[in-house]
Design a protein around this ligand. Structure first.
Ligand code: NDP
Length: 451
């Protein structure tokens, strides 16, 4: 299905960004929703595509903070409030040197459709900074978070915009950000999700994205006639929040996750990843995965510079199910080819848009069960919305309640996507299914709300 060049050129012109990831995300969605646009003229009459691909507003601000050597440091902070047709802007904050307004627009745009897909009352946004948390002391992280919130607090609110974590932003950073917001405003508002449990966080929020990916895949395997996870070899990339909890839930459901990666290299442990050690290295000590081999000298560590055929080491390891859970465009055409040749049956995107368009195309052409990010990794935002509900009603839900509701929500999203793909004549194509479900709900709300 080809999309009109005119539409994409118009969107390129009206968006002041050079970041190709944003256009990549938009093109994929436009391709999927073409039959919807063609079947009902209300979307073009209401200029929905142009309105949906331009954020409501974007903030860019200076973040000045003092490092441990008393040097003044300057970073850039951003918040993109993309669309609030369905509820308050909602989406994570990313702290990583690669952050710029284009990357945040890609993430914010994806977030609109993801949040719509959940069926919950949340809009789409994203934010962050080019600040690099690596190698910073705890005190420096706190100083930076305080300085960041000094500006961000002007734009957020429990009914306006509720950020959460993403790459480089976990419970520690959310805690410091929340503390600063409270100091500035004297208000105990649920303006962030992913808070530690002791001050308003939801149980299961840290686990939610990874667990949700596995629940979604379990359901997708059943639809695809592949039974369940028992005994299946799984490869996982990443070694952060999403990857760790994906590995944890895979073990719970009887699978054998054998890999993890970080920005410096890949660990392959054929007997199954030692989860306790992985948590120790990445969540407590925050060190390189190379350290893993000190405890397991039969595991294989491959440095990024030693990856062999132009692909990523982790996707060259034979597996039944693959879970890219690190970052965007980490799984390329050559990686997809390696996975397919090695007999992989499913690929689940834990990270946001980890597969390149060429890789996605290969998966779909080869009937691989492919779960796109906006459906598969929605578990994080689902439990974030549960956190907002708990904060609003001043209640705390049990672990079992949140886990059951997450499980049910992920399986319901999978069903919705599966049935929609069938309805539009693309059975098994979860990319089109997810884009169509997400688009229709938000587009119909925009039309109903007028201009
Ligand atoms: P973390 O910061 O906890 O972990 C990120 C992991 O990916 C780390 O292991 C990091 O390596 C690695 N990584 C980051 N950037 C790169 C890169 N450029 N190349 C190679 N490896 C890289 O982040 P999360 O686990 O929270 O997020 C991972 C992905 O999941 C992101 O795409 C995020 O947008 C998405 N996501 C996260 C959600 C959440 O709830 N946290 C919700 C939905 C989506 P190193 O340790 O060396 O830094």
């Amino acid at each position: 299905m080809g999309i009109s060049k005119d539409i994409i050129n118009r969107i390129r012109k009206s968006n002041c960004t050079t970041d190709e990831t944003f256009f990549q995300a938009v093109e994929e969605v436009l391709d999927s929703i073409q039959p919807v646009l063609e079947s009902d003229s209300k979307y073009s009459k209401n200029s929905i595509v142009d309105r949906l691909t331009n954020p409501d507003r974007e903030f860019k601000f200076k973040v000045v903070w003092l490092d441990d050597n008393q040097n003044i440091q300057v970073n850039t902070g951003y918040r993109v409030q993309f669309n609030n047709a369905l509820g308050p802007y909602k989406g994570g904050l990313r702290f990583h040197p690669s952050v710029n307004s284009g990357i945040l627009k890609f993430l914010g745009f994806e977030q609109i459709l993801k949040n719509s897909l959940t069926g919950l009352p949340i809009g789409g946004g994203k934010g962050g900074s080019d600040f690099d948390p690596k190698g910073k002391s705890d005190f420096e992280i706190m100083k930076f978070c305080s300085a960041f919130m000094t500006e961000l607090h002007k734009y957020i609110g429990p009914r306006i915009d509720v950020p959460a974590g993403d790459i480089g932003v976990g419970a520690r950073e959310i805690g410091y950000l929340f503390g600063e917001y409270k100091k500035i405003t004297s208000s105990y508002d649920g303006i962030l999700t992913g808070k530690p449990f002791m001050f308003g966080g939801s149980l299961m929020r840290p686990e939610a994205t990874g667990y949700g990916c596995v629940y979604f895949t379990d359901e997708m395997l059943k639809y695809g006639g592949k039974n369940d996870f028992k005994g299946r070899i799984c490869t996982v990339s990443g070694a952060g929040n999403v990857a760790i909890h994906t590995i944890e839930k895979l073990y719970d459901l009887g699978a054998i996750p054998v890999t993890c990666t970080d920005s410096r290299g890949t660990i392959y442990d054929s007997r199954g990843i030692d989860l306790k050690l992985l948590k120790e290295l990445k969540l407590k000590k925050r060190v390189s995965l190379e350290e893993y081999c000190k405890d397991h000298n039969d595991a294989i560590y491959t440095k990024v510079e030693d990856y062999s055929d132009g692909g990523h080491e982790v996707w060259n390891i034979p597996c039944d199910c693959a879970f890219p859970c690190a970052t965007q465009n980490e799984l390329t055409q050559i990686d997809a080819k390696n996975l397919i040749e090695n007999g992989c049956i499913s690929v689940t995107e834990g990270a946001n848009m980890p597969s390149t368009p060429e890789a996605t195309k290969l998966f779909l052409e080869n009937d691989i069960l492919f779960a796109p990010a906006k459906a598969a990794n929605a578990g994080g935002v689902v439990v974030s919305e549960f956190e907002m509900s708990q904060n609003a009603s001043m209640t705390k839900w049990s672990y079992e309640k949140v886990d059951n509701m997450l499980d049910q929500n992920m399986r319901a999203i999978c069903k919705r996507v599966h049935l929609t793909a069938e309805e539009y004549g693309v059975a098994g194509n979860y990319v089109d299914g997810a884009n169509i479900v997400g688009f229709k709900k938000v587009a119909d709300a925009m039309i109903a709300e007028g201009i």
